[in-house]
Design a protein around this ligand. Structure first.
Ligand SMILES: *Cc1c(COP(=O)(O)O)cnc(C)c1O
Length: 387
């Protein structure tokens, strides 16, 4: 395990030495064909063991305090591979109620084909998970902070619950990033990431990560080479480059989100703000006990007199956008995008209102972001109020 400071790990861990030219950064090896005779490792991209893949995986394992890690072509490739590595016919899985849409879709469209049964929890307390455990439950799957309401699940509690029942625990750690939260330290077995988000950080890379013990990663590897979800070496190299600045970026995004959450909660045009860094957040103390920073994501509800679509249309700096975690600030309406396939009743059950806006904070100056929001609200008001 890597013991260095976070920025040193981000910058250096796993880097490849350029023995030929003594260049400053890892050389990129694009070869898909490697010698097979008289070598210790048979290298091939789909075997996740090209020089660049192996180098990046060392950095990823160090970042998640894990023994080993693998890098995939997308977050969903990592998530589906991890799940299918451990689930078989007649097994059962307990999934947290609020899940990333793609993972939810995977559960409801794929598990049945393989004879795997599943339950969604009714909330996110440890008791909510325990209630759903059956004799054949093999995996507990959580997401914290969750999307879009930033609820917090008790990592230590879930780790202990899983251990008590001899079940594997998995977490989607995308929203926190390894900079803010290391679930393995709290007893969670397997950590998953969409590296498309904070790890890439510039909205230009699609990738995924699994990190865990060597024993678990050996199991996952057997499934991974069959599903073939490896990442091309060029993108691996770009991702290594992105991760060098991850801690600096995420800390700036944490800071912006905290300031924005405070500003919005004081605004008369905003009804509710959801951010685990706010003392008014119901899980604030729990978040403090397991996160180093509260993340760059928050959600809020505009006052019902303000039309959300008109608000989006009048933003000049903040981009209405589907993705998140980039260095540029983005917003979206879960009702219109990520949670559009849910029925209004299901959305209501999860307290997702039509006026809810998910805000991914970038690294822009706070004054510019606030000014953009204020001018957009003023514009909407001037359009909607009859003269
Ligand atoms: C984006 C995302 C995913 C899926 O990742 P892809 O890289 O798009 O496949 C999974 N979980 C969370 C929380 C995400 O935000």
């Amino acid at each position: 395990m890597d013991q260095k400071g976070i920025n040193t790990t981000c910058t250096h861990t796993g880097e490849l030495e350029d023995l030929q030219f003594k260049g400053a950064v890892s050389p990129l090896y694009m070869s898909t064909s490697y010698q097979f005779e008289d070598v210790a490792i048979k290298r091939y991209p789909r075997y996740f063991n090209t020089p660049n893949q192996e180098a990046l995986c060392k950095k990823l394992a160090a970042l998640e305090h894990a023994e080993a890690a693998l890098i995939f072509g997308s977050g969903m490739a990592a998530i589906s591979t991890a799940l299918m590595a451990f689930l078989r016919a007649d097994d059962h899985i307990v999934l947290q109620q609020t899940l990333y849409g793609g993972t939810y879709n995977f559960a409801v469209t794929q598990f049945e084909k393989y004879g795997i049964s599943y339950s969604f929890t009714n909330g996110w307390t440890v008791a909510d998970f325990e209630k759903e455990i059956k004799p054949n439950t093999k995996v507990i799957y959580i997401e914290t902070p969750s999307n879009p309401l930033l609820t917090i699940t008790d990592l230590k509690g879930i780790g202990q619950l899983a251990q008590k029942h001899g079940i594997l625990s998995m977490i989607d750690n995308t929203f926190a990033s390894p900079i803010n939260q290391n679930p393995i330290d709290f007893g969670i077995d397997i950590v998953l990431h969409s590296a498309t988000k904070y790890m890439g950080g510039h909205s230009d890379i699609c990738a995924g990560v699994i990190a865990s013990s060597q024993e678990n990663m050996d199991m996952i590897f057997q499934t991974a080479i069959c599903f073939g979800g490896s990442l091309s070496d060029y993108t691996v190299w770009l991702l290594e480059r992105s991760i060098k600045t991850m801690a600096i970026r995420v800390k700036a995004q944490n800071e912006n989100a905290m300031k924005m959450a405070t500003y919005l909660s004081e605004s008369r045009d905003v009804e509710n703000v959801y951010y685990p860094g706010l003392e008014t957040h119901p899980d604030h103390e729990l978040a403090k006990s397991q996160m180093r920073g509260f993340g760059g994501m928050l959600s809020f509800e505009l006052d019902s007199s303000i039309d959300a679509s008109l608000f989006f249309k009048n933003l000049r700096l903040v981009k209405p956008s589907m993705s998140l975690a980039g260095i540029e600030s983005t917003m979206l309406s879960p009702t219109q995008t990520s949670h559009a396939l849910m029925t209004p009743e299901d959305r209501e059950k999860q307290s997702i209102k039509d006026t809810l806006i998910r805000f991914s904070l970038g690294i822009e100056e706070m004054e510019d972001l606030i000014q953009d929001i204020e001018q957009a609200i003023a514009k909407v008001k001037s359009i909607s109020v009859p003269v």
